[in-house]
Design a protein around this ligand. Structure first.
Ligand SMILES: C[S@@+](CC[C@H](N)C(=O)[O-])C[C@H]1O[C@@H](n2cnc3c(N)ncnc32)[C@H](O)[C@@H]1O
Length: 270
């Protein structure tokens, strides 16, 4: 089955603008995580345009940070941002174009921390893809290394609404461009397929320019929804132990928040 994804991530500048507010929420969590684990080599799967990675490179610690993404446009934007960083930061970052279901990096077996943040796991649509991504990640970790996955908890009310036709239109955000050139309104409609556990989202980006002109485009994005036991089962069935699960970015226990942040661990000894 073909899944919709690429067109949404091709608009990298709009992506960056759209998720600035997400950074206020999740960046402190990821910074704290690297401070607690003190890794030497870290890999961010589905690293996008470097929203999280660039911030982590400024966190305490001298780890090497690798990033992997399937969208070349996202990686190009990350690389352009890296080029504006001091030399010592640039030297600690390595970017790879690849698929998280099937990657093979030079430092396989040497990563102390691999993380898959901000719902990106929802782009693993087929069970085989999910298992391959987890197995490959397991192989890339050093003994005792951590694999941390962050995704939202499926919301039953929201999903049941997404079964209705016509579906509700949500105004997701209203964002001013930094130079004041335009205001961007973001709308979504959602359709939920309960058998495939797939959420089909149609995004509308509408920009109102100071000049009086406006611009609008549609993009489609499919997301697989992970129910908690399913996600934990993926960890366990691929050899990880589940060391902790947090319910939000403030380290609340699982069940007290609207997220599932699962910390898996590869055993220290086989
Ligand atoms: C929600 S964005 C997250 C980007 C970044 N981690 C952040 O938090 O801003 C999801 C990213 O997953 C990437 N992606 C989707 N499927 C992928 C795959 N199979 N392998 C690698 N990257 C993938 C997309 O290109 C996109 O950059």
């Amino acid at each position: 089955m073909p899944y919709a994804m690429g067109e949404y991530y091709e608009q990298v500048n709009d992506y960056d603008l759209e998720y600035q507010s997400q950074s206020e929420q999740d960046l402190p969590f990821w910074r704290e995580l690297v401070m607690r684990y003190t890794p030497s080599r870290v890999l961010e799967l589905a690293c996008g345009s470097g929203r999280i990675g660039l911030e982590l490179l400024h966190a305490p610690g001298n780890f090497v940070l690798e990033g992997l993404d399937i969208e070349q446009g996202m990686l190009d934007a990350y690389q352009r941002k890296l080029a504006r960083e001091p030399e010592e930061i640039q030297q600690r970052a390595i970017l790879h174009h690849g698929d998280m279901c099937d990657y093979d990096l030079e430092h396989k077996g040497q990563f102390d921390l691999i993380f898959l943040p901000f719902n990106s796991i929802c782009h693993l649509y087929e069970i085989e893809q999910q298992l391959c991504a987890f197995r490959t990640t397991y192989e890339h970790l050093a003994p005792g290394g951590h694999f941390v996955v962050d995704t939202f908890l499926p919301d039953i009310d929201y999903l049941s609404d997404a079964l209705n036709r016509p579906s509700t239109v949500y105004l997701e955000d209203e964002i001013e461009s930094p130079d004041g050139e335009f205001t961007m309104l973001l709308y979504t409609t959602r359709k939920y397929d309960p058998h495939e556990q797939l959420q089909h989202i149609t995004w509308t980006h509408e920009k109102f320019f100071e000049s009086g002109e406006n611009e609008r485009y549609l993009s489609k994005l499919d997301m697989h929804l992970f129910f908690p036991r399913e996600l934990q089962m993926l960890f366990i069935s691929t050899g990880f132990s589940v060391e902790a699960i947090y319910g939000d970015y403030l380290w609340k226990p699982f069940g007290k928040g609207s997220r599932q942040i699962v910390v898996g661990r590869k055993p220290k000894h086989n």
